[in-house]
Design a binder for this molecule. Structure first.
Ligand SMILES: Cc1ncc(COP(=O)(O)O)c(C=O)c1O
Ligand SMILES: N[C@@H](CCOP(=O)(O)O)C(=O)O
Length: 534
């Protein structure tokens, strides 16, 4: 059996024509061929460990089968290099000028800058730039879909770009990420005349939404903080359903108390039952999401409860890996458009950040144009965009079938505006009828998407119809949650039970007597209608 080290070594070195994937032998260090590659027998290469002299791990020619009493975490620990990690990250004020010197360790509990603005996680780009784009592409590609702790996760396969300093022992992961990039062949062809349309199914994941990507990072850091004896008794969030599901699952996996604030009667039953089942302390509060968000911010300022909403920039470090993954899935070719449904607006920035890091570190030479799609009933970003980015005004969000984005006062508004301005981006909106029709149309071609993805598809339909998105443009629609969380809205639609909505693509079941003749009659009629007309 070949060792993973030798596989990695031979395939990567030959493909890239790099001398070797090794700090000191990297072209930038102008060193000749090395003698040792410092990866270990069963894990993928750990670049932070890549120093020939300081690493005592000798490469094994054979992949060692894990010992019977060892789990994958122990195994990773056994193989870990003793070399010093060379990558780092810290909090800085979001979009701070070059002169700003304000920064915080990621081990501090801080969500806002001194002036009250947002924070961002800033990586030591100079350290990352010591490796070229080919290096990072090949490293990330070598880790896809493995069970190696923690790199088998789509998020932790990019660990050096996410939380470079965390000990893998502290990581809480469900091997999230690596989600399907679905070729929407029939939907693209039938409804849009497109042949290069893709749906990134971030909702086909551990708790059924993209929130897992950010939550593995946040809960891992909390795990570390608790080991460092920082005052974190529990972790809390306000939620429209998905954040609370992810938070409670990851906390339950790590044995950390979670506290969730939910707007009463405004989230789906499937979402409500997730934190309940995972043992979270659930408060159902008689307000909307924005009201819950305000309360959790006040509470986390008073109590040792760590804030898990995307106001906390750690979350976005995980979410940005979906963008990197899209590039990876296209073999590092950049799509023309990426369309993301927006609510609290952390995710649109996370996508921007993921794409931008890939450009800055030489993995790709450009970034896609971003589109943020909002429900017309909760559209503060859309109104802001339409006003020419004049003064932002929060709105009172009205009820929408896209209930997870029923948000009127998004905490990441500044991040979203930055992402859109710097990606030549566009904001679109979808009415209730448009988003439900788009969802039903997509489902009729074999998908089973959530209403938020219906919002994103509506944006695509609109931009395609006016020719902004071309027939041949490679376009990715980000599907943010699993359709099974939102079956009630699909049932209402297909039963044509929604007031003032034509439900034009409804497919209600036919009631028929348990009688062969009746069954035959309805089937004959159905087949007659379906027969090709000559
Ligand atoms: C399913 C779903 N889609 C989209 C969003 C929007 O993401 P963001 O809040 O990062 O804009 C959310 C949460 O807000 C969500 O739960
Ligand atoms: N849709 C979200 C709303 C909160 O967003 P967050 O990313 O700031 O946590 C949810 O599912 O709760």
């Amino acid at each position: 059996m070949a060792s993973s080290c030798s596989l990695f070594h031979s395939s990567l070195a030959s493909k890239s024509k790099l001398p070797l994937l090794h700090h000191q032998n990297h072209p930038k260090f102008n060193r000749p061929t090395p003698t040792v590659i410092s990866c270990t027998s069963s894990s993928t290469f750990d670049p932070s460990a890549a120093t020939s002299s300081s690493n005592n791990n000798s490469p094994s020619p054979q992949k060692n089968r894990r010992l019977a009493d060892e789990n994958i975490r122990d195994e990773a620990r056994r193989h870990r290099s003793t070399a010093k990690n060379t990558f780092s990250a810290k909090y800085v004020p979001f979009n701070a000028g070059r002169d700003s010197i304000e920064s915080y360790s990621l081990d501090e509990i801080v969500y806002r800058s001194r002036s009250g603005g947002l924070l961002d996680v800033q990586h030591d780009m100079e350290a990352l730039k010591k490796f070229d784009g080919a290096y990072w592409r090949e490293l990330f590609d070598s880790r896809v879909g493995k069970t190696t702790w923690p790199y088998g996760s789509g998020v932790w396969s990019k660990k050096e770009w996410v939380l470079p300093e965390i000990d893998p022992d502290d990581i809480v992961s469900a091997f999230e990420g690596n989600s399907n990039l679905f070729w929407a062949e029939r939907f693209g062809k039938q409804f849009l005349g497109m042949n290069d349309l893709w749906v990134k199914h971030c909702g086909i994941s551990h708790t059924g939404s993209f929130k897992d990507l950010g939550m593995t990072v946040l809960v891992s850091q909390v795990n570390r903080l608790r080991k460092l004896k920082r005052p974190v008794v529990g972790v809390g969030c306000a939620s429209t359903g998905d954040t609370s599901a992810a938070l409670s699952a990851y906390c339950a996996a790590a044995g950390i108390p979670s506290i969730v604030f939910l707007p009463a009667n405004k989230i789906s039953i499937a979402q409500l039952v997730q934190p309940i089942a995972n043992g979270a302390f659930v408060l159902s509060i008689d307000t909307d999401f924005d009201g819950c968000m305000k309360l959790i911010r006040e509470v986390t300022a008073e109590l040792p409860i760590y804030l898990a909403n995307s106001l906390n920039s750690l979350r976005l470090e995980g979410q940005k890996t979906a963008a990197i993954e899209i590039l990876q899935q296209f073999d590092w070719e950049v799509p023309d458009w990426v369309i993301v449904p927006g609510g609290n607006l952390g995710n649109i920035y996370a996508f921007y950040k993921g794409f931008k890091m890939c450009q800055e570190l030489g993995l790709v030479d450009r970034i896609p144009r971003l589109v943020c799609a909002q429900a017309a009933n909760a559209n503060p970003l859309y109104l802001h965009y339409k006003s020419g980015w004049n003064e932002f005004k929060a709105v009172k969000a009205n009820t929408t079938f896209a209930s997870a984005i029923q948000i009127g006062d998004p905490v990441s508004i500044d991040r979203a505006v930055y992402a859109l301005k710097n990606s030549n981006g566009i904001v679109e909106e979808a009415t209730e009828e448009e988003l439900m029709d788009a969802m039903a149309q997509a489902d009729s071609t074999g998908m089973f998407i959530c209403p938020h993805t219906g919002v994103a598809l509506t944006a695509l339909i609109k931009l395609r119809n006016i020719g902004v998105i071309g027939a041949g443009d490679r376009t990715v629609v980000v599907s943010t949650a699993h359709g099974l969380k939102f079956t009630h809205s699909k049932v209402d639609y297909h039963s044509k039970k929604i007031p003032d909505m034509a439900c034009g693509f409804a497919n209600p079941p036919v009631q028929v007597k348990a009688d062969f003749g009746f069954v035959m009659d309805v089937l004959m009629k159905y087949l007659g209608d379906k027969a090709p007309k000559h």
